[in-house]
Ligand binder design. Structure first.
Ligand code: HEC
Length: 141
């Protein structure tokens, strides 16, 4: 009789354990939270380019090359925001030699979304890179 009772109880005792296991499994399969473009800019770029993107971050004075003013990207490109070039610079596809800015490709690697660089062709592009591109658009003069 005692053995029977224990058996009957077993599923009840196991229930919280199963719930915990299910929860931790769910946590593992959940997508990592994706920071906004603004948050990524503040965390990764503002140190050199400045909070407002004008190239006047705290580290600017210590660098061999002055960080670019990112509020004049459109202005310096005949009024059109050079989205693809900007993303290439951030990711790290740039001409070798003399590059002061770090490559952010590995850091920004994330779920891909279709990105249209202006030629109507949709290219799968990591969402954090696209969000940074979109954030930079909002700070143009
Ligand atoms: C260690 C300092 C540093 C950090 C951090 C940094 N940059 Fe730069 N950035 C530079 C410098 C210096 C240049 C000028 C080109 C060069 O030498 O690499 C530059 C150039 C650029 C350019 C090209 C501008 C142009 O006129 O064509 C873009 C776009 C840019 N950075 C965006 C970013 C973004 C977005 C981030 C954050 C993800 C970032 N940078 C982080 C230093 C930095």
């Amino acid at each position: 009789m005692l053995i029977w009772d224990k058996r009957k109880d077993a599923p009840m005792k196991l229930a919280p354990v199963l719930v915990l296991a299910a929860l931790s499994l769910a946590a593992c399969t959940q997508q990592p939270e994706i920071p906004t473009g603004r948050a990524d800019f503040t965390a990764l770029c503002a140190g050199c380019h400045g909070d407002g993107g004008k190239g006047d971050g705290e580290m600017a004075a210590l660098l061999d090359k002055k960080p670019a003013n990112l509020t004049t990207l459109s202005k310096r490109n005949g009024g059109a925001f050079p989205g693809t070039r900007v993303m290439a610079q951030i990711w790290g596809y740039a001409k070798p030699g003399g590059r002061v800015m770090p490559e952010f490709g590995p850091l920004l690697d994330s779920e891909v979304v279709p990105y249209d660089g202006g030629d109507g062709i949709l290219t799968p592009t990591p969402i954090r890179l696209v969000q940074l591109e979109q954030y930079l658009r909002t700070i143009q003069e």
